[in-house]
Unconditional design. Structure first.
Length: 442
């Protein structure tokens, strides 16, 4: 994919109305992109139905939510939850008596992981067991969903599943070196991906982040066809990341965070949307700007492009609300630090040679590099220290605004999406924030 379809004009919801159904495929937790979308569905009066990934027992077996957990999850969602465990991935699946992939990874050390060789026939068996388990549970959950969805309503399916990180000490230590390491602690993402461990992790990412979208679209075919026979419409959205256009020296330029290892799964996610779009199914992946979330905090420096959003707000119209947003950000910095100084620092970084060589869209996801890691991680940590508190950062504030704007944009655009893959860049995010200022909490 060398061409990008970017949302340039504010969309308008011409489809979904009170009483229609919003289905969240995945479990809603705090501090993530899905929260903004759910808020829009709730505000529009849609009936909300969700799912759960379930929980694990002490022995590692998947179980449904308890009554108390279910009540908490439904209160957070603002709707009903189908209590069938939908934990994707295969890192904890294995034939009876066999080692789980997570246990195999757990046997590795920082000294031998790079040269470790896996039994790929055995791992393929584990993968099949995990996929079959997930799809069987999804089939059960979709059957329950069919009984809950009226036949005469439009339906919006929102896919939010992502991740697949095996929770083992060795992988977490390696991830810290890939995403946070500098100097002797730097680890090449290319070296990781070339290893058997890296290949296994990428497979698990693909199952969780991408193939679950295919499962959702395929598994809800009967619900979709029933709605369409009744003159109603069905939509599917998913969250992607494939770089973002931000304002650099007063020009919107595409840039990316490196190394975004999950990017390979996001490409597969886009391909699934494209394949279904060709079949006449309105499935769209929205590539959203970088923000700070519970899952993205491991990527030190991923938050740096957010500062350019302040400049985009000025470029796209400015006004009293934008002035207020700037002042809120000023108030988070130390007294001896100006917001203008910080913006100049990030603009210099964005235009630097080390960043320019990383902007190869056709080569995405690009690998990390020692000089890039030194620069990005160094600036990220330096900027954090310019705040009054490490627990109240400008990027937290801007992340919340982006989540809010992206939720509005996606919800409205799904009324009539432009294509299977759409970019939400800083220009359209800024326009949405300026338009919706009365509804945005600073």
């Amino acid at each position: 994919m060398n061409l990008r379809t970017s949302l340039r004009e504010l969309p308008e919801n011409k489809l979904f109305q009170k009483g229609d159904v919003f289905v969240l495929f995945g479990e809603l937790f705090d501090r993530g992109y899905a929260n903004g979308l759910v808020e829009q569905a709730r505000a529009a009066g849609l009936e909300i139905i969700g799912f759960t990934v379930g929980r694990r027992t002490e022995s590692g077996e998947l179980r449904p939510l308890t009554d108390e957990e279910l009540a908490t999850a439904e209160a957070r969602l603002g709707g009903r939850i189908i209590n069938v465990p939908l934990m994707a991935g295969f890192d904890q699946d294995a034939p009876a008596g066999g080692l789980k992939p997570q246990e195999i990874i757990g046997q590795l050390t920082l000294e031998n992981w790079k040269d470790a060789k896996f039994d790929w026939d055995y791992l393929a068996e584990c993968r099949k067991i995990g996929v079959d388990r997930f799809r069987s549970s999804a089939k059960e959950a979709f059957a329950k969903l069919a009984d809950m969805v009226p036949e005469d309503k439009n339906i919006y399916f929102a896919h939010i599943m992502a991740g697949g990180v095996p929770k083992t000490k060795v992988f977490l230590a390696l991830a810290n070196r890939i995403y946070k390491g500098t100097g002797p602690r730097f680890l090449s993402s290319n070296d990781f991906i070339a290893s058997d461990l890296g290949k296994l992790v990428l497979q698990n990412f693909e199952e969780v982040t991408a193939n679950t979208f295919d499962c959702l679209i395929e598994g809800t075919a009967a619900i979709r066809e029933r709605a369409e026979k009744n003159g109603k419409q069905v939509r599917y959205s998913a969250y992607g990341y494939h770089g973002t256009e931000i304002l650099i020296n007063d020009v919107y330029e595409w840039q990316t965070y490196s190394n975004y290892t999950q990017g390979y799964a996001k490409i597969k996610l886009e391909q699934i949307a494209e394949e279904n779009w060709e079949k006449g199914i309105k499935a769209t992946v929205y590539n959203c700007p970088e923000i700070r979330t519970n899952s993205s905090d491991i990527f030190v420096g991923v938050e740096l492009p957010l500062f350019s959003l302040l400049l985009a707000m000025k470029k796209e119209g400015g006004g009293e609300w934008v002035d207020k947003a700037w002042n809120v950000c000023r108030g988070l910095l130390r007294e001896d630090v100006s917001l203008e100084m910080l913006l100049e620092k990030t603009q210099t970084l964005n235009a630097s040679e080390v960043f320019l060589k990383n902007r190869d869209f056709a080569a995405w996801p690009t690998p990390n590099a020692p000089d890039l890691a030194e620069t990005v991680i160094g600036v990220s940590r330096e900027i954090t220290q310019l705040h009054q508190s490490n627990h109240a950062l400008i990027t937290d504030n801007l992340s919340a605004l982006v989540v809010n704007a992206a939720g509005m944009l996606i919800f409205k655009d799904m009324s009539e999406p432009e294509g299977p893959v759409v970019w939400l860049n800083h220009d359209i995010v800024a326009k949405q924030l300026i338009e919706s200022a009365p509804k945005v909490s600073l």
